[in-house]
Design a protein around this ligand. Structure first.
Ligand code: ATP
Ligand code: MG
Length: 559
């Protein structure tokens, strides 16, 4: 999982570098940053980067900036800027007063672009995108110099100023660094510094008609903020020589260094804003916060606590080699956290009615149900046991194998917090479907301990038909059926899971109505759930965060 490296817990190669730089006195304190582009919502991959950057700052007594890489107004929106701040805070991190935008530096970046022109290290190119692509060369062939490469400084300054003034159409001209069209590293073949984009910017309005490229803005923003360790994902390794070239060729106030780590890849999951945007636009999901989305907004709505995510990120570690993490690891962290924190309640998501024939009509008995088995201080609530109950359809089998310790014809089972019940008769509809079970109970088995010392192996949950509350329950599965979406056809959309959402009409014990949206609860024996944002008292909607591991499902899978 961590590539070929071994690491001690809480330590990784980046933290080692940081510790060394502090020990050697290279830096007195460290400054990191998390630099999202506001062109979508944050996803689980970003959570890894946030935990790394903010985590290092915390652990080493430094600070971490939140900086919006807002250099492409054609794709960026205020909605995303707001959502990103909400999500970073939710994850548990705080940038203090250190909120920045690449757009804060547009004047400085423009001045530095002019500086490069004056030094003969940048030029305005009139080639169109196609010509530029054709002349860039390939991995094996060098590129060709642009016919506009040798323009005079004066002409370049004039053309650049006119680009800024909005005299030219988008794509008509580009400011490029003059580095080396024959370099083995394509990033050094005269990369673009400024392009013309005709779109208003969320922060600078219509002031600018030209915008800096990612490469030109990023490192210089780092330098302006005195970032010491600029941590990014491996795809940027080949950009590092360019990052360093700018730092060496500009009068920047600090010399940050870039370090690369492996991005998070998760099975059954696509962590690409382009794909996530497509899912939202094409309404394949309800929105960025659809509980099936791997966005922080989605998994928060799903009921995943921020702590579970931080735990997951610390377990997967930070490595220099790309790898694929099993989604089950995330579920493990979620279960660990919720098992500890979530209260228990009973709900039946696929109800089958049972009628206890020897229980008097209209009679109810209160039983006490603990809210959390490991935390008595969380108290208990009263449930009403009665003649008509709902049980889970799965908890009955007509012809059960030996190891099925639940209900079957003639079989006895313990009703959680209640009595022993034996199935006597099956009632069917015209089509033969099981509609109801007629049962009897043992009046001496209350609390599960009849005086004859008889034991039953199974305990099942139930909801009283008299006061049970109708609710919609949404069961989610992976959005992508394949563990590696797109690996077969090259198109991730071919692997969409048509069964990623199943809607059930469930019965809840009444106390579940008191849970606010997003608050996790364990439905006993079923999993962790929370009321959805759309839930109301009149129309309760619960969504499944994650299932429990089911011992019978495992048994069944074996045979
Ligand atoms: P996408 O490929 O989804 O568009 P991005 O890298 O373009 O993602 P940014 O907003 O630029 O998105 O990312 C902000 C920071 O988060 C960057 O430093 C980037 O390296 C990091 N990041 C993005 N995706 C991942 C990932 N899957 N794992 C770890 N870090 C990531
Ligand atoms: Mg990016």
């Amino acid at each position: 999982m961590n590539g070929s490296e071994t690491q001690t817990p809480g330590r990784d190669f980046i933290r080692d570098i940081v510790a060394e730089d502090l020990a050697s006195g290279k830096h007195k304190s460290i400054v990191t940053r998390f630099p999202p582009e506001p062109n979508g919502y944050l996803h689980l991959g970003h959570a890894k980067s946030i935990c790394l950057n903010f985590g290092i700052a915390q652990e080493f007594g430094g600070r971490c900036h939140l900086r919006f890489d807002d250099t492409n107004p054609a794709k960026e929106e205020q909605e995303f800027i707001d959502a990103i701040q909400r999500d970073v805070r939710w994850l548990g991190f705080d940038w203090g007063g250190h909120l920045y935008h690449a757009s804060d530096y547009f004047d400085q970046l423009y001045a530095w672009a002019e500086h490069l022109i004056r030094e003969g290290k940048a030029y305005v190119d009139d080639q169109n995108a196609e010509e530029m692509r054709a002349n860039r060369g390939t991995l094996t062939e060098p590129g060709k110099n642009s016919p506009f490469r040798e323009r005079s400084v004066a002409e370049n300054l004039d053309l650049f100023a006119r680009m800024k003034a909005g005299e030219f159409a988008p794509g008509a001209r580009v400011l490029r660094a003059k580095i080396d069209m024959t370099s083995g590293n394509i990033n050094l073949r005269d990369p673009a510094l400024y392009r013309i984009i005709d779109a208003p910017h969320p922060r600078t309005g219509t002031k600018w008609r030209i915008y800096p490229s990612y490469d030109f803005a990023h490192g210089q923003s780092d330098a302006l903020e005195h970032i010491t360790h600029s941590i990014c994902t491996l795809e940027f390794e080949d950009h590092r020589p360019l990052y360093d070239w700018f730092i060496e060729n500009l009068p920047v106030p600090a010399r940050p260094r870039q370090y690369e780590f492996a991005r998070l890849n998760l099975t059954h999951t696509v962590l690409s804003k382009r794909t996530l945007t497509q899912l939202v636009r094409e309404k394949i999901v309800e929105g960025w916060d659809d509980p099936r989305m791997p966005t922080l907004a989605g998994i928060r709505r799903r009921g995943v606590p921020a702590e579970a995510l931080r735990d997951f990120v610390s377990r997967i570690g930070v490595a220099k080699a790309n790898s694929l993490v099993d989604y089950g690891m995330l579920e493990f962290s979620i279960r660990e956290t919720l098992n500890r924190d979530a209260e228990r309640r009973m709900a039946v998501i696929d109800p089958l009615k049972i009628v206890i024939e020897n229980w008097p009509e209209g009679h109810f008995e209160e039983v006490e149900a603990v809210n959390h088995p490991a935390m008595p201080e969380r108290g208990a609530r009263k449930l009403r046991f009665g003649r008509e109950l709902y049980i889970e359809r799965d908890d009955f089998m007509e012809d059960p194998p030996k190891k099925f310790f639940r209900l079957g014809p003639g079989r006895e089972v313990r009703m959680r917090f209640g009595y022993f019940v034996t199935c006597r008769e099956i009632v069917r509809d015209a089509g033969g479907k099981v509609m109801e079970l007629r049962c009897t109970y043992d009046p001496q088995s209350r609390g599960g301990n009849p005086p004859d010392g008889r034991k039953v192996k199974g305990t099942i949950h139930w909801v009283n038909a008299h006061d049970g509350v109708d609710a919609q329950v949404r069961l989610y599965d992976h959005l992508f059926a394949s563990p590696a979406p797109g690996s077969a056809t090259g198109n991730v959309m071919d692997d969409l899971n048509p069964a990623s959402l199943t809607v059930m009409n469930a019965k809840l014990e009444p106390s579940l109505l008191e849970f606010p949206a997003g608050q996790s609860v364990q439905f006993e024996r079923l999993g962790y759930f929370c009321p959805d944002l759309s839930s109301t008292r009149d129309r309760p909607v619960f969504i499944r965060t994650v299932g429990l591991r089911d011992t019978w499902a495992k048994e069944a899978a074996k045979s």
